[in-house]
Design a protein around this ligand. Sequence first.
Ligand code: UP5
Ligand code: MG
Length: 189
Amino acid sequence: LAEKKPKVVFVLGGPGSGKGTQCEKIVQDFGYTHLSAGDLLRAEKNSGSENGIMIQNMMNEGKIVPSEVTIKLLQKAMLESGNDKFLIDGFPRNEENRAAFEATKIEPEFVLYFNCSEKEMERRILNRNQGREDDNIETIRKRFKVFLESSLPVIEYYKGKGKVREIDAAKPVEEVFEEVKGIFNPPEV
Ligand code: UP5
Ligand code: MG
């Protein structure tokens, strides 16, 4: 896979920051394939795979599934897509994820970071109503805690490499997308 030199953008941000919403819009304008690690894990869980129970238990606790499971799903989806440009949404979530992905020799072009207050993210998730098992207040709090403790350090790591493009994600969807477009479509100089 690495020999094909795929273009990868990591899309990170807290639970409910709008990663999935913005990725759908980026796909329409910029020809990327959107791969949500969370969606891939939910599909794997529902397929009745041997890892299904483990995935379900971890997601219901807001915990991060071991990278070997997630990376295998991402690699499979990348190969099956036939595309060479990917938005990887919600991954890597901790240092273990990051290091394991780095070992595949695929380096992200940049990291899109959707910064949003917990209050707003909580409001959005509680309004979502899509039947996600982890969208209850108890699990939401756990997801926030894991984001702060494990995922923010990954964003800091990429900041240190000058790769983070930070977006104010608390604004309305279209306003956020205007900012996002400016990153994928840099203005002529
Ligand atoms: N909405 C979106 N943008 C808005 C805006 N600007 N203004 C007002 N409303 C807005 O948006 C959430 C809701 O807000 C929607 O109703 C939307 O309409 C509205 P969404 O785009 O879905 O936000 P997103 O950031 O994608 O939120 P999500 O809940 O998917 O984020 P999480 O990071 O919590 O979920 P994910 O699916 O990535 O992961 C779930 C779990 O899977 C993790 O907790 C973990 O247990 C597991 N996981 C792993 O273990 N490893 C991985 O690599 C990935 C996941
Ligand atoms: Mg999502």
